[in-house]
Design a protein around this ligand. Structure first.
Ligand code: BGC
Length: 779
């Protein structure tokens, strides 16, 4: 048979004809990925993977370092799709054997920083730049963005995710998906769903109510699907109410497709799920990275009539539909030369937009013009952390340390102090006990304890001190509620105190920079330094972006998209996190997780979401629990006034528009993040005191300038998920619109009424909890 003459070809002939021409074996090959190239599998995983007999596939031949590929069927014109991580930028190998070229990608700021920008246009621009690298390096689908909720500050992958709030999560995801996909490549929104801890991630059974699922853990995904229709969704490792996410028909068919209208395909997380046939039936179309056992199981089930061929055909059709949109099908010739310089500019701008000024006593920042020389303390002033570890890490060409950023901004740093840190870091790293592997990255070097004689000698030689506190975490493990992680170490606290008092004694200021991927404890030390800048993990340009803010080139406008609690025990999910095995709480790992055991012989673990819908600020505001820095909080070098809140009506029909005027009443140009919260009657169903229902960032307003912002409020914004009815319902009564500069700083309020109860949307009956949950309720 001459290919192309007598056989239907994908893209040229109707899809139904192409599918009809596929053999059963070809269909099965298409729904099972082509495995991972052995050299790309971390050594600690290779034995486990070996036991699962992976197909050693085409990843290496196509784009080395990509996470996986699909099977190509050239006789029918079906090319292979290449998929690669991840949320902070494309992750591929930077070098290839016998090839002098480099394949670096841009390390953009992590998801948590992007959300703190509250700027959907900016996130869309970051997405465009990322998507362009995906396209130009010959990849078809980017495995991101990650949109799991920050249920607990210790989740090791929070840095990849956006927020504790589903609304901002959803808006960020929409912006990112649209940005990446504007380049003609796809995204995979992940990890669907309720994957909020890393400990025992392959076996954790999440027990959660339908209401908490719909309102908190699924909401961001539903917005992403309904508003941006991503090419693919990645199912998560965990079980939800007793069923593996990739095996859950309720999740992947009833909710994702029937309720939300998803049109793309679903892939598993890597090696996720247990029963290949159940995954096909559930609507998990592609098993990644794929292995021979899965292939065999699906083939046998199909032959024995245990897997309906119509189901398999549907899985195949969904994958082919996406391949039809891919750059390959249109014969795109990728350049392998994206404009990394242009993308570095995007990364730098985005980073400074999402940094949050937490403290600024006596206008310590921006640094006054006479500041010339800085004393830079803290290991991470010299070795900045650009992003987290694991699949969310990027192979970038360079990263700008804080001291380099300061120097680029025309400041000098104390060279003796620099030499001291560099020598210390060199020795400490040389003496380090091996690596903790790809997932956990290197063992952090303990903070250098600088003695008071050195500090005192440096004070007279410098104009201000900067102390950087660094933290890292990543895939496969959770953070610890202890010193060196959630808490500062005694040495870190001591440096903050002694440097501040030495500098204050000479009338000079101290600034703390938090180079962290997630929330830490700050209440016990935040009053000591003059200023605190939360820089997050800001990608390869971190040092330059921090310096832009310190010298006042950029006026900070980021605000927190997750709360900083006073103590870890105040977190509503603290007591049950990260889950239990046989009723025993699991300690967070301090060593590389045992991936082999996790994949081959997962221990059944369970977590119960007893806090229900009361995550993050929903809990702190409703239960009157004081926090260290509240959701939505962030300072600026200028101040804004809020006035003239107007509603288009005081009676709700199908929509209300709220407008409010924001004016820069300070002395410096700046942008303000304006938040719209709502309080519902909360009589029929209990409700959080406030919930975020809208946000906008102003343009750069010059002193004296103002902007009128408008927000649309729809029926969905009034509604809660009413589990007995399996519907979103809005109860009648008085609703209050609260416009604030943070969740605890409400500037303007107005009310409207809903005359009769409204059923806003019916949903499928799905994911009913398998056991009774003793859910938290306001008193
Ligand atoms: C991670 C995913 C990632 C995949 C491919 C998994 O271990 O959980 O987020 O996309 O690997 O690298």
């Amino acid at each position: 048979m001459i290919p192309g003459k007598t056989l239907p070809q994908l893209g040229k002939d109707p899809l139904s004809k192409v599918i009809a021409a596929m053999t059963l074996e070809e269909k099965v090959n298409l729904v099972v990925g082509q495995g991972m190239c052995m050299s790309e599998i971390p050594p600690e995983l290779s034995q486990a993977v070996g036991q699962m007999s992976p197909v050693v596939g085409e990843t290496h031949d196509q784009v080395p370092g990509a996470a996986g590929t699909t099977y190509s069927i050239l006789r029918l014109g079906i090319p292979s799709l290449v998929v690669a991580d991840g949320p902070a930028g494309l992750r591929i190998s930077p070098a290839r054997p016998n090839d002098k070229s480099t394949y670096f990608c841009t390390a953009f700021p992590v998801g948590t920083l992007l959300a703190s920008s509250w700027d959907v246009e900016l996130v869309n621009r970051v997405g465009q730049a990322m998507g362009n690298e995906v396209l130009e390096y010959g990849v078809d689908v980017l495995l991101g963005p990650g949109l799991n909720i920050h249920r607990n500050p210790l989740c090791g992958r929070n840095f990849e995710y956006f927020s504790e709030d589903p609304y901002i999560t959803g808006k960020m995801a929409v912006a990112m998906v649209n940005g990446v996909e504007s380049q003609g490549v796809g995204t995979s929104v992940k990890h669907f769903a309720a994957n909020n801890a890393e400990t025992n991630r392959n076996s954790l059974n999440t027990i959660v109510s339908e209401r908490a699922l719909r309102e908190i853990y699924l909401r961001g995904f539903s917005m992403a699907v309904e508003e941006a229709q991503p090419w693919t969704v990645m199912s998560s490792y965990n079980l939800i109410n007793g069923t593996y996410a990739p095996e859950s028909y309720d999740l992947l068919t009833k909710i994702l497709r029937n309720d939300w209208g998803f049109r793309g395909f679903v892939m598993t997380d890597w090696f996720g799920g247990s029963d290949a046939v159940a995954m096909m039936n559930a609507g998990n179309d592609l098993l990644m990275p794929g292995n021979n056992n899965q292939n065999k199981a699906i083939l046998e089930a199909a032959k024995a009539g245990k897997l309906d061929i119509k189901v398999l055909d549907k899985n195949v059709e969904r994958i082919l539909n996406i391949i039809l949109q891919s750059p390959k099908i249109n014969g795109h010739k990728f350049s392998n030369k994206p404009d990394l310089k242009a993308h570095a500019i995007v990364a730098r701008q985005a980073a400074s937009e999402g940094m949050v000024l937490l403290r600024n006593f006596d206008s310590a920042l921006p640094l006054p013009a006479e500041t010339k020389k800085i004393a830079a303390f803290g290991n991470t002033s010299y070795e900045i952390i650009t992003g987290g570890t694991g699949s969310g890490d990027v192979n970038e060409a360079y990263s700008v340390a804080l001291v380099e950023g300061l120097q680029n901004a025309g400041l000098s740093v104390d060279e003796n102090l620099k030499a001291l840190y560099e020598a210390y870091l060199k020795t400490a790293k040389a003496g380090r006990q091996g690596s903790r592997g790809f997932m956990m990255g290197s063992v952090p070097v303990a903070e250098l304890s600088v003695n008071s004689d050195i500090i005192n000698s440096i004070v007279t030689l410098t104009d201000a001190a900067i102390i950087t506190i660094g933290r890292n975490s990543g895939e496969g493990y959770d953070r610890k509620d202890g010193e060196g992680d959630f808490l500062l170490t005694p040495v870190e606290k001591e440096i903050i105190s002694s440097v501040t008092s030495a500098f204050h004694a000479k009338g000079k200021k101290t600034i703390v920079i938090l180079n962290v991927g997630g929330v830490i404890e700050a209440a016990s030390w935040k009053e000591i330094p003059d200023a605190i800048l939360l820089a997050w993990q800001a990608g390869q340009e971190t040092g330059n972006s921090i310096a832009d803010i310190l010298v006042g080139k950029v006026n900070p406008s980021g605000k927190l998209a997750s709360t900083f609690p006073v103590n870890y025990k105040d977190v509503p999910s603290a007591s049950g996190f990260p889950g239990k095995i046989n009723g025993q709480t699991q300690p967070q790992a301090n060593k590389e997780p045992d991936m082999m055991a996790a994949f081959i012989n997962p221990q059944p673990a369970k977590v119960i979401y007893e806090e229900g819908i009361y995550t993050g600020y929903r809990y702190y505001t409703t239960f009157h629990v004081p926090v260290s820095f509240e959701f939505g909080f962030g300072l600026s070098y200028t101040t804004f006034s809020y006035s003239n809140l107007k509603l288009s009506s005081t009676k709700f029909g199908s929509k209300i528009t709220a407008t409010v005027e924001i004016k820069n009443i300070g002395k410096t140009g700046g942008k303000e993040v304006v938040q719209l919260y709502m309080s519902a009657p909360g009589k029929a169903l209990d409700k959080p005191v406030i919930e975020l229902k809208g946000f906008k960032k102003t343009r750069l307003l010059k002193p004296g300038e103002s902007e009128l912002l408008s927000f649309d409020i729809s029926g969905k914004d009034l509604a809660s998920f009413n589990s007995p009815l399996s519907a979103w319902t809005a109860e009648k009564g008085v609703y209050t619109v609260k416009i604030g500069s943070s969740s605890m700083n409400i500037k303007q309020t107005a009310t409207f009424t809903l005359g009769t109860e409204k059923i806003v949307k019916k949903e499928s009956l799905a994911l009913h909890p398998v056991e009774k949950i003793n859910e938290l309720k306001p008193r």
